[in-house]
Design a binder for this molecule. Sequence first.
Ligand code: DGP
Length: 116
Amino acid sequence: MDCIFCKIVAGQIPSPRLYEDANTIVIRDVSPQSKHHFLVLPKKHVASLADLFANEAEGRGVMGDLFSAANAVAKQEGLLTAGFRSVINTGADGGQTVFHLHLHVLGGQKMKGTFA
Ligand code: DGP
């Protein structure tokens, strides 16, 4: 499968890992939209949030993994007290450009605006 995030998970494309556990890695976004901008990726390929919940139990598990990793990396990078934003873009109208599920974690500055 030609998936850039699968290649990062497999180590075929080098990308430093800020955090890793059994099911998840966290990398820096290549095009940061805030002072800190991380991407939380499930190691197992799933295209999007919409696809993930084709299996309800698996969906619940993966979302728990992603938010647990997001919180861990926010703590590690010193964002917990000041706060941060977490975002998942889903599909064309959601602005998703890479079709391997990922959770954006943005912080290190006061976020403005919320929606489009
Ligand atoms: P989204 O629009 O939600 O699908 O966000 C995809 C994000 O992925 C976008 O902010 C840029 C980032 N990105 C794309 N390619 C790469 C890459 O090769 N490495 C890293 N670290 N980030 C990437």
